[in-house]
Design a protein around this ligand. Structure first.
Ligand SMILES: Nc1ncnc2c1ncn2[C@@H]1O[C@H](COP(=O)(O)OP(=O)(O)OP(=O)(O)O)[C@@H](O)[C@H]1O
Ligand SMILES: [Mg+2]
Length: 501
């Protein structure tokens, strides 16, 4: 017999005993009465060393589901279902992925830091509130289910203060990741109020398909892994659980794509924050408070926003002294909330308002890193600076594999030589390599069938097209400048961004 069953038996006996004591005949009085009244509960407690904790499916607020029940259910299914003989399968919330949970009236055990916890999943049983005065021996399906945890009272502290938060947190994480439909949020101003609206986030970008320096890629992936597993670390050092990344580089080098790859890897939502449509720090604060955990907040083209902030700064400079102005910009206490200021943005980045949630990543992207205010991107605010560069041979090989499924080709040598001193963005290389697909789309089905064994010819054509484009770019660069190619300035790229087909 499991200790829980023993306890239920002993508990019931002691309840009857206590009840009898409370209804003691009047003729028992004086010392005897006092003795029984005093010692009955102590004796009952002595024989009942177990504590029972219930988590009902239905919350105390009427009609509301108790989220803790779902979290515990997810945790137990994940951690203890191996021992269970009865499981239940049902379609998940997305209507596609089946969810397996413990069936009713199943017992499982869990061990935590020396404490053993017996869990029992059951229907609540007869409940006056849910069914009225009609007695029903067989509770219906719709009745709230209950999880009961039973543990020895000597483990009370460890179970209540450590095990329960641990189990609930694990369960919460499992639910959050289970077939979660992620969202892409953008901010709007319908009427005069900034608000978020969202669409499903379905970007296919992954780190595997991303053409970037392999060392940098690995560093970033490790950094993200450390971040997501760092909950305890962040709470131990008293820091908000957030991380900032600055992605910089010329247009079309994959900054936005990298943000999508990060979101896909971490299973996070993305908030695409357009600062230009926000009129005040108060609005910025409101939007930020509305963001949820497990998300990436992305501010694109931060250099353009900085120009706006500088412009508004300049405007106000004409009506106030410069020292007043500087202090108003950088001192949040002087922020009257009536405009977006650099201090507002810095507070946002520093997580002044991050009490509303955790596990958030902030990403700034820019084409002009040199023009940014150092205060905005200093380490601590933007923890990692990542340069996305023009397409070099390593990145090209990733793209050739993505678009043409080739790892080697007779033109690779020439392409490598040309890419070494020609600036072209991965976006433009991708565009050239995609011509194969575009051409195919134009063809009829029969023509495609006839060309089936000519895939290699298509690949040849694409790569030869890329060689041509690179040669033209190199020639153009030679005729306009004698300076060597530079990764962060992009004149050559701008001129040739429309690839000739
Ligand atoms: N490094 C890359 N790896 C794989 N694909 C890339 C890469 N860079 C660009 N691309 C391709 O080019 C397209 C445009 O890239 P993306 O929008 O990410 O560039 P960006 O750096 O954000 O540009 P901008 O500075 O103009 O915002 C992407 O959809 C993707 O297909
Ligand atoms: Mg972009």
């Amino acid at each position: 017999m499991a200790p829980m069953d023993k306890w239920v038996g002993v508990g019931t006996a002691m309840t009857v005993f206590t009840l009898l004591c409370s209804r003691m005949p009047d003729r028992i009085h004086g010392e005897a009465r006092h003795f029984i009244t005093k010692w009955a509960p102590i004796i009952a407690a002595y024989f009942n060393p177990y504590i029972q904790l219930s988590i009902s499916e239905q919350s105390d607020e009427q009609f509301r589901r108790n989220e803790l029940f779902d979290h515990i259910s997810a945790y137990l299914t994940d951690a203890c279902a191996r021992d269970a003989r009865k499981l239940k399968m049902a379609l998940g919330k997305d209507g596609k992925i089946p969810e397996i949970t413990l069936d009713d009236n199943v017992k499982v055990t869990d061990d935590y830091e020396g404490a053993r916890i017996w869990w029992y999943a059951s229907n609540k049983g007869p409940s006056y509130r849910s069914r009225g005065p009609v007695f029903n021996l067989f509770p219906t399906e719709s009745e709230p289910r209950v999880f009961r945890a039973v543990f020895h009272k000597r483990h009370r502290d460890v179970v209540l203060t450590k095990y329960m938060p641990f189990a609930l947190d694990k369960g919460h994480g499992i639910i959050a990741n289970r077939g979660r439909k992620r969202r892409l949020y953008t901010n709007h101003r319908p009427g005069n109020k900034s608000t978020w609206s969202h669409v499903p986030f379905e970007h296919p970008a992954t780190f595997d398909k991303l053409a970037m320096d392999p060392v940098q890629k690995e560093e970033l992936i490790n950094d993200l892994d450390e971040f997501t597993g760092g909950k305890k670390y962040y709470s131990d050092v008293g820091k908000a659980w957030k991380r900032g990344y600055l992605l910089y580089g010329p247009p079309g080098t994959g900054k936005s794509t990298l943000v999508s790859a990060m979101a896909n890897k971490l299973n996070y939502d993305v908030y695409d924050l357009d600062l230009t449509s926000i009129k005040s720090n108060a609005e910025l604060r409101k939007l930020f408070l509305e963001t949820k955990g497990k998300s990436i907040i992305m501010i694109e083209d931060i250099d353009a926003i900085e120009v706006d902030l500088a412009r508004s700064r300049k405007k106000r400079a004409s009506s106030s002294s410069s020292s007043d102005l500087l202090s108003a910009e950088l001192d949040p206490s002087k922020d009257d909330g009536s405009k977006v200021t650099l201090s507002g943005l810095l507070s946002f980045v520093d997580g002044l308002w991050s009490a509303s949630g955790s596990e958030r990543i902030i990403v700034f992207t820019t084409n002009h890193v040199d023009t940014l205010d150092p205060a905005l991107i200093r380490r601590g605010r933007m923890d990692m600076h990542i340069r996305m560069s023009y397409c070099r041979f390593g990145a090209f090989k990733v793209l050739a594999n993505n678009y043409l499924q080739v790892n080697d080709h007779e033109l690779f040598g020439e392409i490598q030589r040309l890419l070494h001193h020609t600036d072209i963005s991965p976006a433009d290389v991708a565009h050239t390599l995609m011509r194969k697909c575009n051409k195919r789309k134009r063809d009829t089905d029969e023509v495609i069938a006839a060309k089936c064994n000519k895939t290699k010819t298509d690949t040849d054509t694409c790569l030869a097209g890329l060689v041509e484009t690179l040669k033209k770019k190199a020639k153009k660069r030679e005729s306009t400048t004698t300076a060597p190619a530079n990764e962060d300035t992009a004149p050559a790229f701008h001129e040739g961004s429309a690839i000739e087909i």
